[in-house]
Design a protein around this ligand. Sequence first.
Ligand code: T46
Length: 138
Amino acid sequence: MPLEQCEIIELPKIQDCSGNLTFIESNNHIPFDIQRAYYLYDVPGGAERGAHAHKTLHQLLIAMSGSFNIILDDGRSKKTFHLNRSYLGLYIPPMTWRLLNNFSSGSVCMVLASDKYDESDYIRDYNEFVYATQKQGS
Ligand code: T46
């Protein structure tokens, strides 16, 4: 998918003197049905996550706490995003290579996904990913 389809989505934020509340509705605030949620936490300093693409999975990444970088790659170009607010989500469509790094201490990355875990949906080899994107584009 072209990188232009990857975007930061600003989620609703209800603010009052006792704190903030953010909510997410499938197919309203994000363009897919949520089938799974998972989160990354206790990530050691200097660690990297991801380094793969998904064939069909749509995801939204949110920094629930702390911050981290996400480098996205569509096989032609790369773009780096920085997440550090719990009302901002990064939408990642299928066929987008991602690498997460620069996790701050205590950071939590929550992920909403359009499908259940399926290892056969992963492309973990970068050359295979680039080949697949070129085939799609031709
Ligand atoms: C992404 C980043 C942010 C499961 O059993 N169930 C699951 O739902 C998931 C996501 C993973 N696993 C198992 C599969 C592997 O044995 O947990 C292990 C690590 O999984 P993975 O390589 O997917 O972990 P990350 O953190 O490198 O990547 C994940 C997502 O796959 C990826 O799409 O954007 O988190």
